[in-house]
Design a protein around this ligand. Structure first.
Ligand code: UT7
Length: 335
């Protein structure tokens, strides 16, 4: 059976840096509160010129990943795009990447699993590659949160956390059994769907109501998060799903060379690191610079970790995510 290797990584973030102090000028918050509770110092928010879009940032990250793999866009035979913030309600942005890259009519699949979207997409790609269906799959995570956040004091519990950006990988079929994706684990628990959700623009409140109900006090048009509740579930599920993967391949936490958790909150990453007995340098964090970029956070971190020389061939890489749905998952990869 083929193995799925990470042949190329890349990312793109908008130029516009928004610091915590910038936010404290538009809402009642402070650098101190944000850093203490989340670890975030700054994030990227797209400029209002409309230049950066979810599909556009995804395309830029994809080009970088394809170049890193030493390939050309025409070598890609399938696209998977994970996002919770597509350009359009439909179609999803996968097809826009196919068009932007000017590649043949390859399949394009959109994944709607929020913070776990990248891990879900990786798992799907791995199944396609293992069975021999595709050779070079482009997997993208891209998010444009900033345009849809409540940037008043009312929305500060959510809006200070999220940032914009995109990351991508090229996943490639390999006959080398000594490396590649070893296992992926996926979970969901829909009873908590509304604890981290954006309910407003939805078929449950079809178009006429969306327009008629355009009430500025209606918070359902903004993302909602029951932060404490989500935090408690996240710290448990992250550990569970990492251990589930490790147990399957007969490894333990000390075998992990690098853990890249979804960048939800630095405190969550540090808690997992301590609970699993990992050395701090074995957990990669960049939430300080980008905030939470949902489906983009793992591939952006992966791209930066590789560029910083934190991943060597043969390393056991662990990816793990938890978020809205709830959905969560992990992947173990021999790099
Ligand atoms: O990516 C998907 C998964 N997401 C997560 O895993 C996130 C999980 N949750 C969290 O990271 C944390 O719960 C947050 C960072 C979102 C919030 O931290 P918290 O320690 O749970 O704060 P809180 O929501 O309990 O709020 C504490 C206080 C409240 O004031 P009172 O009621 O104690 O007077 C909030 O109104 O902090 C206030 N507050 C703020 N103050 C200044 C909330 N947001 C802000 C803010 N600036 N931005």
């Amino acid at each position: 059976m083929k193995r799925t290797v990470i042949a190329g990584v890349g990312h793109y973030v908008p130029e516009n840096v928004v610091t915590n102090d910038d936010l404290s000028r538009i809402m009642e918050t402070s650098d101190e509160w944000i850093q203490e509770r989340t670890g975030i110092k700054e994030r990227r928010w797209v400029s209002s010129d409309g230049e950066d879009t979810t599909s556009g940032m995804g395309t830029k990250a994809a080009r970088n990943a394809i170049a890193d793999a030493g390939l050309k866009p025409e070598d890609i035979d399938f696209i998977i795009f994970a996002t919770l913030s597509p350009d359009y309600y439909f179609p999803g942005p996968g097809v826009q990447v196919q068009e932007n890259l000017g590649i043949d009519t390859v399949g394009a699949l959109d994944v709607r699993n929020q913070c776990s979207g990248f891990v879900y997409g990786l798992s799907v790609a791995d199944q396609f590659i293992k069975t021999g269906m595709y050779k070079n799959i482009l997997l993208i995570g891209s998010e444009l949160h900033s345009g849809g956040l409540d940037k008043t004091t009312r929305g500060r519990g959510v809006s200070v956390i999220f940032g914009d950006g995109a990351g991508a990988v090229v996943l490639q079929a390999s006959d080398d059994q000594s490396k590649g994706v070893l296992t992926t684990k996926l979970h969901s628990e829909g009873k908590h769907a509304k604890e981290l959700a954006l309910l407003g623009p939805a078929t449950a409140r079809w178009v006429d109501r969306i327009i008629e109900d355009a009430d500025p006090e209606d918070m359902s048009y903004y993302p909602y998060m029951n932060g404490n509740f989500v935090f408690k579930h996240a710290v448990t599920r992250f550990q569970e799903v990492i251990m589930e993967g490790l147990n399957e391949i007969g490894k333990s936490p000390e075998d992990i060379d690098l853990l890249i958790p979804h960048q939800a909150n630095l405190r969550i990453s540090q808690y997992i690191q301590a609970k699993m007995g990992l050395a701090p340098e074995k957990v990669f964090n960049n939430i300080m610079k980008y905030g939470n970029t949902t489906a983009a956070s793992i591939p952006i971190a992966l791209s930066e970790a590789k560029a910083a020389g934190k991943l060597k061939e043969g390393d056991l890489l662990c990816l793990a995510a938890f978020g809205s749905g709830f959905t969560w998952g992990s992947a173990l990869v021999q790099f």
